[in-house]
Structure formats: C-alpha cells, structure tokens
Design a protein around this ligand. Structure first.
Ligand SMILES: Cc1cc2nc3c(=O)[nH]c(=O)nc-3n(C[C@H](O)[C@H](O)[C@H](O)COP(=O)(O)O)c2cc1C
Length: 308
C-alpha cells in the first residue's frame, strides 16, 4: 500500500507524530511519502496515486491552523474517492477539541476524500505555559506506541472516529481566533536588537513565511501570513522575540524530547491517579490509551522505561 502523510506543524510536535506514524506503516511493509507544510514549498503530490492519505495538524484554539485550512481548500478534486485519516496533536485532551477537524472534514468530503479514522494525540503545550519536563517526557514516551496502535487499528479495519457534537462545532466555530488574533498580534511582534544575533532562524523556519526584514532592516511579521504557531519565539536561540500581545504566553526553548528520555533524573510519568489539580483531568485520556496498548499487546511505555 502507498501512504501519504501531510501535516502542518508549528513547533515540530505534529511532525514527530507524523514521523512515528510513517515508521509504523513502514514496519508493516508499506511505502510512505511524508511532507510537512511550508509556505512556498510545493507540496503537490498526485493524491490519486496513494491508497491512503493522512492529514496532521496541531490544534489551535479548538481548530485547524488557518494556513492548513487554506492548504486543504486548495487541494484538487480527486478522480476517485479516497480514504484518509487525521492525526491531531494538542496540549490537552478535552472533548472541546473534538470538532477541530470539522472544517477540513467538510472541505475534504467535497473533494472526494472519505474520513476513515481520526486520532487525537497529546504533546506539550507550546503556548501559555510550559509543561514540566516529566509531563513532556510522559507524552513523548506514549506517542510512539500510540501511533503504532493507531496504525494497527487501521490495518485491522477498526478505525477510530471522533464525534463532532453540535456544541463542540459551535465552540470551534466561535473560537476561530486564528481569523483575527494573528492579524491583530503580528504587527506587534518585534525583535530585541540587543539580544538578536541575526541568525535569521526565525525567518528561515517560519512555516508560513510570515517574517521578513523591512526597509529599515528590522524583522517584522506579516499579519496576513502569521499563524501564531509560536515557532519563531520558541526556537529563537537568544529569546530575542517579543511576541506582541501574546508575549506572556510565550514558551521559550523547544522541548528536547530525546534528551529527556536519556535523562534518568526526569521521571517518565507525572500524570496518574495520584495526580492532583488540573492534570488529574488527563487521566481519562491516559486510561483509554493504556487500554488500547494492552489490546494490541504493546508494552506500556512508562513500565518499559522503568524496567530498563
Ligand atoms: C495559537 C495556539 C492555539 C492553541 N490552542 C490549543 C487548543 O485549543 N487546545 C489544545 O489542547 N492545545 C492548543 N494549543 C497547543 C498546541 O496544540 C500544542 O502545543 C501542540 O503540541 C503544538 O504542535 P506543533 O509543535 O506541531 O505546532 C495551541 C497552540 C497555539 C500556538
């Protein structure tokens, strides 16, 4: 089978998820082509040549990032109907995120894509506040086995479906802050000249090509393009970016997931039934995922980690 994976990713978490999904398909002997959206880079595969397509995105305000929404809108209509699946990544597991894919679901349906399976994976927030390392480690450790289980479910023709309840559709519609928030915020994104080392990583790596050098030699963000994905702020090596009104929601420095795995001083689990407060609410997600792993005889990643 030929599988195509295409995702949008701001700070790389959805790409990691896509990589693991790709590996799981390859382990089953399938061919995989995998692309991460980048404005200006032509990603125009012939969808008709693939047996299965996967679309991935990070949830932004209970929605699909607008840049990816537009990309989907621009896809050609297929010659024949084609099955696809969705992998969505977000910081919290709550049902309010469930209808985030509804807008692309409707668009893809018109183009001949038939939704087959859909799964929501947890990875740390890249906005608002930084998850402690043990939470990031726990989410990352779970990601690989869960992507494997997701792929095995598809192999066994047991697709996962997420219900688009009316209330969630309303929330996702009303909170399409991406329509306005980046437009309002982008003009106020600026660089602290004293800290900037002119590496231009922010300009080069912006997935939507929103950053540019203006005629006064200053780095600025185009409000028509910024997706507010936080990549520039998170990846700036000197923390030189002031993120407009959203500056207090900036999460500095990318998570070094592999280093966290190697670091034995960071526990592999933070969220469990002894956890108190906000993260206690995440147990429902982890319980369901543990049951799924058991069903497929995939070792629990935290137990495996502790036994090494
Ligand atoms: C503008 C913005 C809005 C977000 N909104 C949500 C949200 O509604 N729900 C959620 O669980 N996470 C939300 N997140 C967190 C991301 O979905 C999460 O950090 C994800 O891991 C980022 O993936 P990426 O690295 O592929 O961009 C938001 C992040 C950003 C930047």
């Amino acid at each position: 089978m030929k599988v195509l994976l295409i995702e949008f990713s701001g700070t790389g978490h959805t790409t990691i998820c896509g990589n693991f999904i790709g590996e799981a398909f390859k382990e089953l002997g399938h061919d995989v082509d995998h692309f991460t959206y980048k404005a200006g880079k032509d990603i125009n595969p012939d969808y008709n040549l693939y047996d299965l397509v996967g679309f991935g995105y990070p949830i932004h305000a209970f929605n699909v990032p607008e840049a990816f929404n537009k990309y989907i809108k621009g896809l050609p209509t297929l010659k024949e109907k084609k099955k696809y699946f969705i992998y969505k990544v977000s910081g919290e597991p709550f049902a309010l995120n469930n209808a985030s894919s509804y807008h692309i679901y409707k668009k893809l349906k018109k183009k001949g894509f038939e939704l087959y399976s859909e799964k929501h994976f947890l990875m740390p927030y890249n906005i608002m506040f930084r998850y402690r390392d043990s939470i990031a480690k726990q989410m990352y450790l779970y990601l690989k086995p869960l992507t494997k289980a997701f792929v095995l479910e598809m192999r066994d023709d047991k697709p996962e479906r997420i219900k688009y309840r009316f209330g969630y559709k309303v929330v996702s519609f009303l909170l399409r802050i991406e329509w306005i928030a980046p437009k309002l915020n982008a003009p106020f994104i600026h660089i602290k000249q004293k800290k900037c080392v002119s590496c231009h990583k922010c300009i080069k790596e912006c997935p939507t090509d929103a950053l540019f050098i203006n005629d006064k030699g200053k780095i600025r963000a185009k409000s028509s393009k910024c997706a507010m994905c936080m990549r520039c702020a998170m990846f700036c090596p000197t923390d030189a970016i002031t993120y407009g009104f959203m500056n207090l929601w900036k999460v500095n420095k990318p998570f070094q997931f592999e280093a966290l795995v190697k670091n034995k001083e960071v526990p592999p689990e933070y969220i469990n039934h002894d956890t108190k407060g906000y993260f206690k609410l995440f147990n429902k997600y982890f319980d369901a995922q543990k049951a799924l792993l058991e069903e497929y005889n995939i070792p629990n990643p935290v137990d495996s980690y502790l036994s090494k």
